[in-house]
Design a protein around this ligand. Structure first.
Ligand code: DGL
Length: 251
């Protein structure tokens, strides 16, 4: 495999662009191919088997385009498919998980809110994480929340209404951290932060990108520092979906 080959990255849609942005900043010498499976979004309300099958189709597409490694820029697809995909393919597959571990360091006597898709929260991987780092954690499945990002709607009244219903029971509690356990929610930091201005919002994006760097270094596939980086965006959702992805990449 060639060190100059691209890194494939995918999500059910545009959420993974938040990971891509972090990856470009951290590894500017790399070429990235990002695939948003918008046609099949959301993944978070689908059965695990379907998410695995959809993820495999995307991984095959990224392999066909010469990817040297794949980042699953989606907590839901990681939970449903990463272990099986790693058993099926030889090259590095980097996944993500809700950042309960770093959030647990902030927990004292209040609560930590963990926001993720229903699929992620129902998964085995989350149960394991929760048993290790779940003290004080309230898990909040958020069906319908990623769709705001897909519509490019980061500041609408409808979004505020959704969040206000979600957070109503916790407004009088001491919220020590909020885990953004879905890559789409990273684009909603401003809207979410407005409800809890003092509370740190924690995502797993930087940790994922660091892990990507480590894995590529281990297998000697990091692009040389003087290589020319770049990004190709692809989507199963056509031009409208690509436009949303491009706009999020620019923010
Ligand atoms: N962005 C995805 C995640 O991190 C999932 C959104 C969805 O398709 O439901 O979980």
């Amino acid at each position: 495999m060639d060190r100059l080959a691209p890194i494939g990255m995918f999500d059910s849609g545009a959420g993974g662009i938040s990971v891509l942005k972090e990856a470009i900043a951290y590894l500017p010498q790399e070429q990235f191919i990002f695939y948003g499976d918008t046609l099949n979004a959301p993944y978070g309300t689908r059965p695990k088997e379907e998410v695995y099958a959809l993820s495999k189709v995307v991984v095959e597409e990224l392999i066909a385009r010469g990817a040297k490694a794949v980042v699953i820029a989606c907590n839901t697809a990681t939970s449903a498919a990463a272990a099986r995909l790693r058993a099926e393919y030889e090259f590095p597959i980097i996944g993500m998980e809700p950042a309960l571990k770093p959030a647990s360091l902030l927990h004292k006597d209040g609560v930590v809110l963990s926001l993720a898709t229903p699929g992620t929260i129902a998964g085995e991987k989350y149960a394991q994480l929760f048993s290790a780092y779940g003290e004080g954690v309230i898990s909040l499945p958020c069906p319908g929340l990623m769709e705001f990002v897909e519509r490019g709607e980061m500041d609408s009244q409808a979004l505020k209404n959704y969040l206000s219903r979600l957070f109503a029971p916790y407004m009088d509690q001491k919220v020590e951290a909020i885990v953004l356990g879905c890559t789409h929610y990273v684009f909603l930091k401003k809207a979410i932060g407005a409800f809890f201005p003092e509370t740190p919002l924690i995502d797993g994006n930087l940790g994922t990108v660091r892990q990507l760097e480590r894995r590529l270094r281990e297998v000697d596939l990091l692009a040389p520092e003087d290589a020319k980086g770049g990004v190709t965006l692809l989507s199963s959702g056509g031009e409208a979906a690509l436009a949303v992805m491009r706009a999020l990449l620019m923010t």
